[in-house]
Design a protein around this ligand. Structure first.
Ligand code: GLN
Length: 487
């Protein structure tokens, strides 16, 4: 593999500007890497080599003319396959969209193209982003680059695995209940979910619209900060996008955090955590102490309800969002339907996988007459309480920390037959989405078998500068992020 692929985007940008390598050569090297490891990893549903090479050529033309390069120009990136990119299929890893060709660019894809970022392919995911292990994909499982018998985490498993294995330097994922942070943690990289509304969701296939948010994967906090800057901003095409200025997040990384307060979430430091995860958190606490921070234990009493709340709200929203996949306008249609009802029912029965069907049924039930008040309304009320509890906590501390997950990556198949065990994987990540907070996972150590552990850091809404600042300080005080999977 070309050694430059192992470097961060910042280092690769420098190499491009110094003409140590051309953008075409760098993108070509990424494809060579993909060709050599992809059959072991399965990170991509499709490759977009033509588009990527075209973009890289434009970067080289700019360099030749001596023009300034936009942030991240020429840096190979993987796009989760639930975001539209013209010239590619957008399948959401579902049979129902197997042959669906993107009719327009998602806003994030457009921003990447405007910044001349070569998009190398569409990354595998759990079907419609529903899952925590990437085993719910209709197009094959993704393997964790640190141990090919283990899951990469989900739902953005392909995005995380591609960055972790140096097939791409950057990736985008979507996070509804942890789908960026969990795979980042399992694959030993940085993953960040921005404040709800910070990044436009236009052109992202909706799962649960009040929770979904697009965010960056990278191998360093600085790269993640730069990628967020590229994709953020107000978008009239997404009514939930925030009309607030985009900051140059990287400017805040080196701010001194001496005297600031770090809250440790009591409910997530439990005996249920793997001992090595517990140790990693103790190390994180020590690191922040050494950086001059004050550590406070913070109790979030409603956190234990977050999975219950989420699985009512997310399923309710998905049952409504996925109603559009009916064989009329999009994707798959069953063959030889007898009548319209037969067409609807068989198309959906044949097109959706088992987890997606489970969610549609749960959500339809929660929204049905007679149950709406008992489930959906109650969950909305509890969501408000969870949000309130965070607001109170952030009066006391600047950021909150916890493990991203109580355990490290598990064996493929270990939880496939037990949906509840799978749902519990997200205990630490879900409440952040309920409250619309920015959150990230940063490499924080390894378990006894060498699998990565992630530290989760949460900040108040629109405080991404603070989040990146605390994440960078932790990252630079340790060397976990410099370790790469040996594949
Ligand atoms: N694992 C959670 C779920 O299956 C979260 C998924 C996500 O964030 N997209 O719903």
């Amino acid at each position: 593999m070309n050694e430059l692929l192992k470097k961060t985007a910042t280092e690769q940008s420098r190499a491009l500007k110094n003409k140590e390598i051309s953008a075409v050569e760098l993108t070509q090297a990424a494809f060579e890497r993909i060709n050599s490891v992809e059959d072991k990893i399965g990170a991509f549903n499709s490759l977009t080599q033509e588009t990527a090479m075209e973009t890289a050529k434009k970067v080289d033309e700019k360099i030749a003319k001596g023009e300034d390069l936009p942030l991240l120009a020429g840096i190979p990136l993987a796009l989760k396959d639930n975001m539209n990119l013209v010239g590619s299929k957008t399948t959401a890893s579902s049979k129902i969209l197997e042959n669906f060709v993107s009719p327009f660019n998602s806003t994030v894809a457009q921003k990447l193209l405007d910044n001349f970022v070569p998009i190398v392919g569409k990354a595998n995911l759990d079907e419609f982003a529903m899952g925590s292990s990437n085993e719910n994909s209709a197009f094959g499982k993704v393997h964790n680059p640190w141990d090919l018998n283990k899951v990469p985490g989900g739902s953005s498993g392909g995005s995380a695995a591609s960055v972790s294995s140096c097939e791409a330097t950057l990736a985008l994922g979507s996070d509804t209940g942890g789908s960026i942070r969990l795979p980042a943690s399992f694959c030993g990289i940085v993953g960040m979910k921005p404040t709800y509304g910070r990044v436009s969701r236009y052109g992202l296939i909706a799962f649960a619209s009040s929770l979904d948010q697009i965010g960056p994967f990278a191998r360093s906090v600085e790269d993640a900060a730069n990628l967020l800057e590229v994709i953020s901003g107000h978008d009239p095409k997404d009514s939930t996008s925030l009309n607030m200025p985009v900051e140059h997040y990287a400017d805040f990384l080196k701010n001194d955090i001496k005297g600031r307060k770090v809250g440790v979430i009591k409910e997530l430091i439990t005996e249920g955590n793997m001992p090595e995860v517990q140790k990693a958190i103790e190390n994180a606490i020590e690191t922040y102490k050494k950086l001059g921070c004050e550590i406070k234990e913070v109790s979030l009493k409603n956190l234990k309800y977050s999975i219950g709340i989420y699985y009512i709200l997310a399923t309710a929203e998905c049952s409504s969002n996925l109603a559009r996949f009916d064989g009329v306008r999009y994707g798959y249609r069953c063959s030889n339907p007898e009548n319209l009802m037969d067409m609807y029912t068989r198309t959906r029965a044949e097109g959706f996988g088992p987890e997606v069907k489970r969610r549609i049924m749960l959500g339809t039930y929660a929204l049905s007459a007679g149950y709406y008040d008992a489930y959906y309304k109650k969950a909305q009320q509890m969501r408000a309480l969870v949000t309130q509890e965070f607001l109170e906590a952030f009066k006391e501390v600047d950021v909150l920390i916890s493990p991203t997950c109580p355990n490290t990556a598990f064996e493929l198949g270990a939880k496939s037959s037990d949906p509840l065990a799978m749902y519990l994987t997200d205990i630490a990540t879900i409440s952040c989405n309920l409250a619309g907070l920015p959150g990230m996972s940063v490499p924080a150590g390894f378990d006894n078998s060498g699998m990565p552990i992630g530290l989760q850091i949460l900040a108040p809404q629109m405080q991404e500068t603070r989040l990146f600042n605390f994440a960078y300080q932790f990252e630079q005080a340790n060397d976990f992020y410099t370790k790469l999977a040996d594949i």
